[in-house]
Design a protein around this ligand. Structure first.
Ligand code: 3AM
Length: 179
Protein backbone atom coordinates (compact mmCIF):
# COMPACT_ATOMS: atom_id res chain seq x y z
CA UNK A 1 0.00 0.00 0.00
CA UNK A 2 0.92 3.63 -0.47
CA UNK A 3 1.93 5.18 2.85
CA UNK A 4 2.80 8.52 4.37
CA UNK A 5 3.24 9.88 7.88
CA UNK A 6 1.40 13.05 8.82
CA UNK A 7 -0.25 15.12 11.50
CA UNK A 8 -3.99 15.04 11.17
CA UNK A 9 -5.41 18.39 12.18
CA UNK A 10 -8.05 19.17 14.80
CA UNK A 11 -11.41 20.10 13.33
CA UNK A 12 -11.37 23.69 14.52
CA UNK A 13 -8.15 24.15 12.55
CA UNK A 14 -9.57 22.45 9.47
CA UNK A 15 -12.55 24.76 9.69
CA UNK A 16 -10.27 27.79 9.81
CA UNK A 17 -8.50 26.45 6.70
CA UNK A 18 -11.81 25.82 4.96
CA UNK A 19 -12.80 29.42 5.53
CA UNK A 20 -9.69 30.32 3.55
CA UNK A 21 -10.33 27.79 0.79
CA UNK A 22 -12.77 27.27 -1.93
CA UNK A 23 -12.98 30.17 -4.30
CA UNK A 24 -11.28 32.74 -6.43
CA UNK A 25 -8.63 30.72 -8.23
CA UNK A 26 -9.70 29.08 -11.48
CA UNK A 27 -7.66 25.89 -11.94
CA UNK A 28 -7.33 25.19 -8.19
CA UNK A 29 -8.55 21.85 -6.84
CA UNK A 30 -9.21 22.56 -3.17
CA UNK A 31 -8.40 19.82 -0.67
CA UNK A 32 -11.51 18.61 1.18
CA UNK A 33 -11.65 19.05 4.96
CA UNK A 34 -11.16 15.34 5.68
CA UNK A 35 -7.94 15.30 3.65
CA UNK A 36 -6.17 18.29 5.22
CA UNK A 37 -2.95 17.16 6.92
CA UNK A 38 0.67 18.09 7.50
CA UNK A 39 2.96 15.51 5.90
CA UNK A 40 5.98 14.56 8.00
CA UNK A 41 7.33 11.93 5.63
CA UNK A 42 6.13 10.52 2.31
CA UNK A 43 6.92 6.80 2.11
CA UNK A 44 5.23 5.57 -1.06
CA UNK A 45 4.40 2.01 -2.01
CA UNK A 46 5.37 -0.46 0.75
CA UNK A 47 4.82 -4.21 0.92
CA UNK A 48 3.02 -5.66 3.95
CA UNK A 49 6.15 -6.78 5.80
CA UNK A 50 7.78 -3.39 5.23
CA UNK A 51 4.67 -1.66 6.57
CA UNK A 52 4.95 -3.84 9.66
CA UNK A 53 8.60 -2.85 10.16
CA UNK A 54 7.64 0.80 9.76
CA UNK A 55 4.88 0.40 12.33
CA UNK A 56 7.28 -1.26 14.78
CA UNK A 57 9.86 1.49 14.32
CA UNK A 58 7.29 4.25 14.79
CA UNK A 59 5.81 2.51 17.86
CA UNK A 60 9.25 2.51 19.48
CA UNK A 61 9.75 6.22 18.84
CA UNK A 62 9.48 8.36 21.98
CA UNK A 63 8.41 11.91 21.21
CA UNK A 64 6.83 14.74 23.14
CA UNK A 65 3.67 16.68 22.44
CA UNK A 66 4.01 20.27 21.28
CA UNK A 67 2.13 23.29 20.10
CA UNK A 68 1.73 24.06 16.39
CA UNK A 69 0.70 27.28 14.68
CA UNK A 70 -0.17 27.48 11.01
CA UNK A 71 0.61 30.82 9.44
CA UNK A 72 1.26 32.40 6.07
CA UNK A 73 0.67 31.10 2.58
CA UNK A 74 3.01 29.85 -0.11
CA UNK A 75 3.16 27.90 -3.33
CA UNK A 76 5.27 25.10 -4.75
CA UNK A 77 6.21 25.26 -8.38
CA UNK A 78 7.85 22.99 -10.85
CA UNK A 79 9.18 23.85 -14.29
CA UNK A 80 8.07 27.45 -13.91
CA UNK A 81 4.45 26.79 -13.03
CA UNK A 82 2.67 26.62 -9.69
CA UNK A 83 1.60 23.16 -8.59
CA UNK A 84 0.33 23.58 -5.03
CA UNK A 85 -0.98 26.28 -2.70
CA UNK A 86 -0.28 25.78 0.98
CA UNK A 87 -0.46 27.23 4.46
CA UNK A 88 2.86 27.40 6.24
CA UNK A 89 3.92 26.65 9.79
CA UNK A 90 5.50 29.03 12.29
CA UNK A 91 9.07 28.08 13.09
CA UNK A 92 8.82 25.04 15.35
CA UNK A 93 11.87 23.24 16.75
CA UNK A 94 9.70 20.49 18.29
CA UNK A 95 8.12 19.72 14.91
CA UNK A 96 11.53 19.60 13.23
CA UNK A 97 12.79 17.35 16.03
CA UNK A 98 9.88 14.94 15.59
CA UNK A 99 10.40 14.86 11.84
CA UNK A 100 14.09 14.06 12.40
CA UNK A 101 13.23 11.24 14.78
CA UNK A 102 10.78 9.78 12.27
CA UNK A 103 13.38 9.95 9.53
CA UNK A 104 15.91 8.14 11.75
CA UNK A 105 13.34 5.50 12.70
CA UNK A 106 12.46 4.83 9.06
CA UNK A 107 16.09 4.51 8.06
CA UNK A 108 16.63 2.04 10.89
CA UNK A 109 13.66 0.13 9.50
CA UNK A 110 15.54 -0.09 6.22
CA UNK A 111 14.05 2.70 4.13
CA UNK A 112 16.31 4.86 1.96
CA UNK A 113 16.95 8.38 3.25
CA UNK A 114 14.64 11.20 2.20
CA UNK A 115 16.79 13.62 0.23
CA UNK A 116 14.36 16.51 0.05
CA UNK A 117 14.49 19.10 2.81
CA UNK A 118 11.50 19.12 5.16
CA UNK A 119 9.22 22.05 4.27
CA UNK A 120 6.33 21.86 6.73
CA UNK A 121 3.07 22.90 5.09
CA UNK A 122 -0.59 22.00 4.76
CA UNK A 123 -1.66 21.78 1.12
CA UNK A 124 -4.84 23.77 0.52
CA UNK A 125 -5.14 23.22 -3.21
CA UNK A 126 -3.47 21.39 -6.04
CA UNK A 127 -3.12 23.54 -9.12
CA UNK A 128 -3.88 22.47 -12.66
CA UNK A 129 -1.69 23.51 -15.57
CA UNK A 130 -4.33 26.07 -16.51
CA UNK A 131 -4.28 27.76 -13.09
CA UNK A 132 -4.80 31.52 -13.24
CA UNK A 133 -1.35 32.60 -11.97
CA UNK A 134 -2.34 36.23 -11.45
CA UNK A 135 -5.36 35.22 -9.37
CA UNK A 136 -3.17 32.82 -7.41
CA UNK A 137 -0.63 35.56 -6.66
CA UNK A 138 -3.42 37.93 -5.60
CA UNK A 139 -4.86 35.26 -3.31
CA UNK A 140 -1.51 34.63 -1.64
CA UNK A 141 -1.02 38.35 -1.14
CA UNK A 142 -4.54 38.88 0.20
CA UNK A 143 -4.25 36.07 2.77
CA UNK A 144 -0.60 36.20 3.62
CA UNK A 145 -1.25 37.44 7.16
CA UNK A 146 -3.36 34.37 7.90
CA UNK A 147 -2.47 32.94 11.29
CA UNK A 148 -4.46 30.17 12.97
CA UNK A 149 -4.86 29.66 16.70
CA UNK A 150 -2.10 27.39 18.06
CA UNK A 151 -3.13 23.74 18.49
CA UNK A 152 -1.66 20.95 20.60
CA UNK A 153 -0.14 17.99 18.77
CA UNK A 154 -0.45 14.84 20.87
CA UNK A 155 0.06 12.14 18.24
CA UNK A 156 1.16 11.50 14.67
CA UNK A 157 -0.40 9.13 12.19
CA UNK A 158 0.59 6.57 9.57
CA UNK A 159 -1.81 7.01 6.65
CA UNK A 160 -2.47 4.89 3.62
CA UNK A 161 -3.58 6.61 0.45
CA UNK A 162 -5.57 5.20 -2.42
CA UNK A 163 -6.97 6.85 -5.48
CA UNK A 164 -10.57 7.95 -5.23
CA UNK A 165 -12.82 9.42 -7.89
CA UNK A 166 -12.43 13.09 -7.02
CA UNK A 167 -9.46 12.94 -4.70
CA UNK A 168 -7.26 10.49 -2.81
CA UNK A 169 -8.81 8.63 0.10
CA UNK A 170 -6.61 8.72 3.19
CA UNK A 171 -7.04 6.10 5.92
CA UNK A 172 -5.37 6.33 9.34
CA UNK A 173 -3.63 2.95 9.69
CA UNK A 174 -2.02 3.66 13.08
CA UNK A 175 -1.67 6.51 15.55
CA UNK A 176 1.44 7.07 17.67
CA UNK A 177 1.03 9.06 20.88
CA UNK A 178 3.45 11.80 21.87
CA UNK A 179 3.97 11.85 25.63
O1 3AM B 1 1.31 16.90 2.10
P1 3AM B 1 1.09 17.18 0.67
O2 3AM B 1 -0.35 17.26 0.31
O3 3AM B 1 1.87 18.37 0.18
O4 3AM B 1 1.71 15.30 -2.68
C1 3AM B 1 1.59 14.26 -1.73
C2 3AM B 1 1.09 14.75 -0.40
O5 3AM B 1 1.74 15.97 -0.12
C3 3AM B 1 2.94 13.75 -1.36
O6 3AM B 1 2.73 13.08 -0.13
C4 3AM B 1 1.64 13.69 0.54
C5 3AM B 1 0.63 12.64 0.93
O7 3AM B 1 0.15 11.99 -0.22
N1 3AM B 1 3.54 12.89 -2.35
C6 3AM B 1 2.91 12.11 -3.26
N2 3AM B 1 3.81 11.45 -4.01
C7 3AM B 1 5.03 11.84 -3.59
C8 3AM B 1 6.37 11.52 -3.98
N3 3AM B 1 6.63 10.66 -4.97
C9 3AM B 1 4.87 12.76 -2.53
N4 3AM B 1 5.89 13.32 -1.90
C10 3AM B 1 7.14 12.97 -2.31
N5 3AM B 1 7.37 12.09 -3.30
Amino acid sequence: MRLFIALDLPWELREALLRLSGAGIPGARWVAAENLHLTLRFIGEAAGHVAEDIDLALSALRGRGFSLTLAGLGTFSKGGRSTALWVGVERNAALDHLQGKIETALQRAGLPAEKRRFTPHVTLARLDTVVAEAKLAAFVQAHNLFRAEPVRVEHFTLFSSRLGKEQSVYTAEAEYPLG
